[in-house]
Design a binder for this molecule. Structure first.
Ligand code: PSU
Ligand code: MN
Length: 303
């Protein structure tokens, strides 16, 4: 047994026999979505991974260890506890040492997945450069971690509350490939349209698997961003979304919300302003991303 890493039996067995595994982050369930939508999303994502024939591994910190493959009850416990920490990579050692409960962001999830030899994960949207980031330096550690964790992150791009052009620039600087899955445009999370073209498009999960193999064969440390648009039935038209986004950004500025509290605040306010519509979209795209991640993991284990 590893002192600080607890890879649960089902996940360990799948990894040992080369069967497909998909890592899932837990911050989205604990700090990104309200009760009860959060737990519905957690189990719907795990179900989607299983339906494709892969094993889900939701990651979080419990009892002084990083757990790879939280149970539904443990996810619920993390979400219920008011003192669960939002854990990015730099918080891993403090939260483990203090034996606190922690939900992992994309960055921390990717780091722990790579450490456990899991090569694919799913999320809603990656963190990125916040608007005004050129002066505040608020750039999510997700971007930097993707430059050193060899994991494919399936997402619906990054949230429209972020500075998407600068987010793409930073990913380019860091050497992280960004490919559109069946899209030529970087999606903007709740909406398919960002107006930002992507240079590379792929139409088949096996092409993502092949890209990961190339990176691995050439000894590259980076991961890969696989961006797919939210399901058309769930997507919110950009014009409608933009109005809410401007408002929540104003509110955050007025209330002085910044740093790691920014993302949870903005998402929570968007949900209220939109009368819950962003929540429906969020869950639907999470499930779609989980399913695609599983198909990529399947292609990897077959290759
Ligand atoms: N996108 C969402 N919901 C979320 C997040 C992103 O739709 O909850 C979370 C992810 O865990 C992501 C984190 O890694 O926010 C980024 O936070 P920050 O900007 O503080 O790095
Ligand atoms: Mn930040």
């Amino acid at each position: 047994m590893d002192r600080y890493l607890d890879v649960r039996v089902e996940v360990a067995a799948a990894l040992a026999t080369g069967r497909p595994v998909v890592a899932l982050e837990s911050t989205v369930f604990v700090h990104g979505l309200p009760d009860p939508v959060n737990l519905q999303a957690a189990s719907a994502m795990e179900d989607a991974v299983r339906a494709e024939g892969a094993v889900p591994a939701t990651i979080g910190l419990l009892d002084g260890r990083a757990v790879i493959g939280l149970t539904g009850e443990e996810i619920a416990e993390l979400a219920r506890a008011s003192d669960s920490v939002k854990v990015s990579v730099r918080d891993i050692p403090t939260v483990i040492t203090a034996r606190r409960m922690g939900a992992t962001t994309v960055a921390a999830t990717a780091a722990l997945a790579a450490r456990s030899s899991i090569r694919v994960m799913a999320t809603g949207g990656i963190g990125g450069v916040h608007r005004g980031g050129e002066t505040t330096f608020d750039v999510s550690a997700d971007l930097n971690e993707l430059a050193r964790s060899a994991v494919a992150v399936v997402c619906a791009g990054a949230k429209s509350v972020l500075d998407l052009p600068r987010t793409l620039e930073v990913l380019e600087t860091l050497g992280v490939p960004v490919v559109g899955f069946r899209t030529d445009e970087f999606p903007a999370f709740y909406t398919a349209a960002s107006g930002l073209p992507l240079e590379h498009r792929i139409d088949n999960p096996s092409e993502v698997a092949a890209m990961l193999e190339v990176q691995s064969a050439l000894g590259r440390p980076e991961g890969l961003v696989v961006a797919q648009a939210p399901p058309p039935a769930a997507a919110i038209p950009k014009a409608e979304l933009d109005v809410w986004v401007e408002r929540v950004l104003d509110e955050a500025e007025h209330e002085g919300i910044s740093g790691k509290a920014a993302t949870p605040f903005l998402l929570g306010r968007l949900a209220i302003l939109s009368g819950g519509r962003t929540l429906d979209t969020n869950v639907d795209l999470l499930v779609a991303n989980a399913a695609l991640a599983a198909r990529i993991a399947l292609a990897l284990s077959a290759s």
